[in-house]
Write a protein that binds this ligand. Sequence first.
Ligand SMILES: C[S@@+](CC[C@H](N)C(=O)[O-])C[C@H]1O[C@@H](n2cnc3c(N)ncnc32)[C@H](O)[C@@H]1O
Length: 478
Amino acid sequence: MNTMALGKQINKEFIDELKNNANELSLFLQDQNEGAIVYVLEKLGRLNNDHSRKPLLNLLNHTNENIRTLSIKNLAKIEDISLLPIFVKYASTDKSTEVRRESVSAIGRIRNERAIPVLIELLKDEDPKVVMQAIRGLLVFSDKAGVKNELKKLLNHPNELIKEVINKEINGVQYKSNSQQKHDEFPPFLKNTVVHGDVEEIIKYMPDESIHLTFTSPPYYNARDYSIYQSYEEYINFLERVFKEVHRVTKDGRFFVLNTSPIIIPRISRAYSSKRYPIPYDIHPLLVKMGWEFIDDIVWVKLEASVKNRNAGFLQHRKPLAYKPNAVTEMLMVYRKRTDKLIDWNIQQYSWDKVKKSKVLDKYETTNVWRIDPTFDKVHSAVFPLELCNRVIKYYSYVDDLIFDPFAGTGTSGLSAINLNRYFFLTEKEPKYIGRIKEELNKNSSLFNQTPQPNFIELEKFILLSKKYGCTKKYDSN
Ligand SMILES: C[S@@+](CC[C@H](N)C(=O)[O-])C[C@H]1O[C@@H](n2cnc3c(N)ncnc32)[C@H](O)[C@@H]1O
C-alpha cells in the first residue's frame, strides 16, 4: 500500500485511538505489513510517561531495521530510566548502525546521571555518529569534572566534526577579530571605488576584514584573450594567492561566491586532443585549506544555443567514447569565512531596520539550478548577466554592505550592488574594461543621487588613501 493510500485509511483519529489502547496497538502492529507499521510508528507523536511500553518493545527484534529504529525512537519519548538497560543493549549489540545511533540518542534523552558511564564507554565507538550522540548526551553533565575530562580526551579525535564540537565546548569561542570596525561598517576609502591595476598589488593595501561579500569570476586560464599564464600551475597558484588575501579582507563569517567552470583549450591539430581543465575542482581544496568553509554549489544553466557546439561529430558517427556534451553550465561555489560563530550572529550585527530593508520579499530561486541567459558585451568576452549578480548580492549581503569584485571586467557586480543599495569595491587590470565600467556606471548615474559618485583611481593613489586611513602595513600574501 502506498503512503497516500495508507494515510487515507490510517488517519490521525485512528492513530490516537491506537495510542490510547495498548492491546489494540499490539494487535494492529502484529497484523500489518512493514509499510503500515513504519507509517504508524512515524506518526505516533508525543507519548506520555504512562504509555504502554509493550507494543514497542515487541518490535525491537523485528527484522526490519527501520522498524527497530522507530521503536527505539518512540520508546525514548517515554523518558523512563528503567528502559536504560534496553537502550544500552541495542546501542552496543544491534547489527544496524541506525538502530545503534538511535539507541545512544535515547540514552542521552533520559538525562539521568546513571547513563553517564555508558555514554562515556560509547565515546570509544568506531562510528563517529554514535560518538556524536554520546557527546550530546554527556554535554548535559559537562559541569562535572569527570565528564569534562572524558570529553577533553576527544580533542584529537580523527573526525573533524567531533574535534570541532569538543574544541568549542572545552576551549569556548575562539574567534577574535583584528578589526576596529563594527561588523556592518567598512573603511570609507573603499566605498564605490574602482582601482585600475593588478589585484595582487592592490589587495595588499586593503585593511583586514573590510569586505562583506566577494562575488567574482576570475580569468578562465588561457581560454580568453585577457590573461596569459605560462602554465596551469602558475594560474592556479595565482588564484590561490588572491583568494588567500580575499579571505584576509573578508569579515568574520561572511561569504565568497566564486564563479568558474571547467574550460577547454582546443587541440593544435587533429593529431592531438583538446585539453579540459577542471578549474572549480582544482581550486576547491585550496580554498578549504586557506579557511573557507564550503556552503553550497549553485549551477548556472545557460541556453544550449548560446554555447559552443561540441556535438557535431557525435551527431554523425554516434560512437561511444567520443561523446562530447555541450557545456551549458557554470558553477557558483559558495563559501563562508570559517568561524565558530553561527550565521545568526552575523545577522544580529545589523539593526532591525537594516534587516527589514534587506529582506528578500519578492519571488526567489528555491533550487540550486539557476537558469539565466548569458549576456554578451561589445568589449568584453565574458560578462556576468546582471540577474546573476542581483541574485548573489540579494541572497548573500545586507543593504549598505560592501561588495568586492577583484576581477571586475565591465563592473556588472558594481552596478548590481548600487541597484540594490549596497556599495562596491572593484579592481581591474585592463584599461579598456575600466573605460567600460565608467560607461556602464555613467549610464546609470541617477543611481548615485544619494551616494558618493564612483571613484576611479590608479594603484598609487589607492596606496596613498590606504596609508592615510592608517593601513600602513604592506600585507604579504605569503
Ligand atoms: C571573467 S572576467 C570578469 C568579467 C566580469 N564578471 C563582468 O561582468 O564583466 C575576468 C576579468 O579579470 C581581469 N583580470 C585578470 N587578471 C587580473 C589581475 N591580475 N588583476 C585585476 N584584474 C584581472 C580580466 O581583465 C577580466 O576582465
